[in-house]
Design a protein around this ligand. Structure first.
Ligand code: ZN
Length: 676
């Protein structure tokens, strides 16, 4: 399937932003942008430049959409694990009402744990999916809870034993997403997308649904918006809609969407109404209608995502987590992507893939740069730095897709990474460091643009190939395809000709960084003893390792050891680009032909296995720098200014307290019962 750029660039940006330092930590450097740090996380604030200058009706629209974006937070907590809401609320009650010693080390550990739960929208790490290990004991926790009047906990009292077991029993619900081949992926993943069903039952259920709809050129995304449960021995869906599962939160979302529809102009008004209809009925054809309208709307200045969108959290790649994003166009910054988009056909025609797998006509590539005004659900606090939607293959084919990059978020990442020492530690050669310093941000931006605007939309399937053949290897290979397309063209003189880059030094900066990251530095984010599991990381490792091996005879990429430290250097950028082209050719063939065995072999051979000694070294060097590998954001706040019952303005402010924002959201935007 042609999928899911959104999370890809989210990952990419996280790390590259940390990697590309601008070299000087000035007064407006990292300190002013980072509002909190704990564990492996830094929380950054972002600004919304241009908001004040928007016309009143757009500000008002943003306000309503932003409210809708905040109302689904509980849904994501519950999707991630069925006791997450009870755990969060129990911890928050403790946090707000404990009157004992708040200077004790165990209290600090409890506070850190709560901050991590907020950040991950549950008790499993937002990236690794592993359950957090509390650094306070169960007996400490019970003693703290016992000092707080039981009525403070209300209905949470009934769930206290489940909460304790989930937090403290290391053998329970260890991961929310298990992708280890051979396991029952559904039974061993403790997300809440399935309940009481096995992988075989789930696959059978949806295979039957697909068979009943065989030949439909416009199939809905079966199972996207429901939990699959076994009830009285019968496998069935609990649909997420008004009147269905998660109804109390969805009602609030719809309440605000109706307000938004009332101030929106066409065609956006009709689109918002289609989304409301989908939330009211749970009907996935309504969701498709909404998506088609949404992708065709390239005129509205304010835009948004609100719904069950990405299926990364489901080992079967079917159920989507709830997310939201409200944004408006950054017109001045759009030039770059417009140029790329206008030349989409040229890029497709010159791509190194087999001619029969190129698209004859690339259509519907809309490209823009946006300014985010609000993040919600699975985009908060950790967020993508770009969006490429919708995900349904046939809609992308028939109507195109929308690709956006989010400039105010990358800007904030970049600011927060000033002078963190990463390049000095991992980049051996001074000329590489200089190029990364000078062109790193541009290379990163262009990589993202090419990946999003062209990469995912390129290529076509062979007749008879549906798109789901690569199964659990599909998303890794799809990201590899888009990345390779971007890497290949980043080094093309066409970019200089189009005025997008001053010279191919930009590509050198991008290549050196990509290879170093894929072979080495991204390992910093993997727990000791683990292999690479996340599909975007697998993709980058796959590309880097494949190029290393296939360029070995010419020493294209080299491992260098100096003063007991290992470094990766690229010796031949031109040959590396040729290798990117060759691998793109093969990955496109695999996708186009649905060659599962070849895809599996590629991913398993190059994308998964970690060298333990190298892994340990990278982690040691990385963590010695004191850089948190993950970042997320606090949102701005908006307030309606009314006079004589009429809205006359919307005021924006920038809170800088992570804990306060989380408690505020839990208090004012929490609508679901403890267990759903
Ligand atoms: Zn992608």
């Amino acid at each position: 399937m042609m999928k899911k750029a959104i999370r890809n660039i989210f990952m990419m940006g996280l790390f590259t932003a940390a990697a590309y330092s601008c070299g000087n930590s000035s007064a407006d450097g990292e300190a002013a942008w980072i509002v909190d740090r704990f564990d492996d996380i830094k929380v950054i604030r972002y600004e919304v430049p241009g908001f004040e200058a928007l016309p009143l009706e757009e500000k008002e629209l943003i306000y309503y959409l932003a409210e809708a974006a905040k109302c689904g937070r509980d849904i994501l907590f519950d999707q991630n694990f069925k006791y997450n809401l009870a755990i969060r609320r129990t911890l928050e009650t403790v946090y707000e009402h404990y009157e004992g010693d708040r200077t004790a080390a165990e209290w600090a550990a409890l506070e850190k744990y709560l901050k991590k739960v907020w950040f991950a929208n549950g008790i499993h790490h937002h990236y690794s999916n592993d359950k957090f290990v509390p650094e306070f004991t169960e007996s400490y926790f019970r003693s703290v809870v016992s000092t707080i009047p039981t009525e403070r906990f209300g209905s949470l009292n009934e769930l206290f034993e489940e909460v304790c077991a989930a937090i403290f029993n290391p053998s329970l619900c260890r991961t929310r997403l298990n992708q280890r081949a051979g396991d029952d992926l559904v039974a061993t993943s403790c997300n809440n997308y399935y309940s009481g069903v096995t992988q075989a039952e789930a696959e059978h259920f949806y295979a039957r649904m697909a068979a009943a709809d065989a030949g439909n050129p416009e199939p809905v995304s079966y199972g996207l918006n429901s939990q699959l449960v076994k009830c009285d021995g019968k496998v069935q869906e609990r649909v997420w809609k008004i009147g269905g599962m998660y109804s109390p939160a969805i009602e609030k979302i719809v309440y605000w969407l109706k307000k938004a529809a009332a101030v929106a102009k066409e065609p956006q008004k009709t689109n918002i109404e289609a989304l409301i209809s989908y939330y009211e009925t749970g009907d996935l054809t309504e969701f498709d209608r909404y998506n088609i309208g949404w992708v065709r709307d390239t005129v509205s200045n304010v835009d948004f995502v609100n719904g069950f969108i990405e299926d990364y959290g489901d080992p079967l790649g079917r159920k989507a987590s709830w997310e939201a994003n409200v944004n408006f166009m950054d017109k001045e910054a759009c030039h770059r992507t417009e140029v790329i988009s206008e030349n989409a056909q040229w890029f497709e025609d010159h791509s190194p893939v087999a001619p029969e797998y190129r698209k004859e006509k690339v259509k519907g590539v809309s490209a823009k740069v946006i300014t985010v005004a609000m993040l919600g659900g699975d985009c908060y606090p950790a967020t993508p730095i770009g969006i490429n939607l919708p995900n349904a293959d046939w809609i992308r084919k028939e109507h195109g897709s929308k690709s956006v990059t989010i400039d105010n978020i990358t800007y904030a990442y970049d600011k927060a990474a000033h002078g963190n020492g990463f390049d000095e530690e991992f980049v051996l050669r001074a000329d590489d460091r200089e190029r990364m310093n000078q062109y790193g941000k541009l290379a990163d931006d262009l990589h993202t643009d090419l990946h999003e605007c062209l990469g995912h939309g390129s290529g076509q399937l062979a007749p008879g190939v549906k798109g789901g053949e690569l199964r659990s290897y599909g998303s890794t290979l799809e990201e590899a395809r888009a990345d390779l397309f971007a890497l290949y063209y980043l080094g093309d003189a066409k970019l200089v000709e189009l005025g997008l880059i001053p010279s191919l030094d930009v590509a050198k900066a991008g290549y050196a960084h990509y290879i170093m990251n894929g072979l080495m530095t991204q390992l910093a984010r993997i727990e000791p003893g683990k292999n690479v599991e996340e599909s975007h990381m697998r993709n980058r490792k796959l590309i880097a390792e494949w190029c290393y091996e296939h360029g070995a005879a010419d020493n294209v990429i080299e491992w260098v050891e100096q003063d007991g430290k290992r470094y990766v250097v690229v010796n031949d950028f031109d040959k590396l680009r040729t290798l990117f082209g060759e691998l793109l050719h093969e990955v496109q063939r695999i996708k186009s032909e649905g060659d599962y065995e070849a895809g599996k072999a590629l991913v398993e051979r190059y994308g998964v296995q970690v060298d333990p000694a190298l892994h340990a070294e990278v982690r040691k060097r990385y963590y010695a720098l004191g850089i948190e590998p993950y970042g997320g954001f606090v949102n701005p706040e908006y307030e309606l200014v009314e006079r004589d019952g009429r809205v006359v303005d919307v005021r924006i402010s920038y809170p800088a307290d992570y804990t306060e924002q989380m408690l505020n959201y839990s208090k004012n935007y929490s609508f679901l019962p403890n267990v759903n």
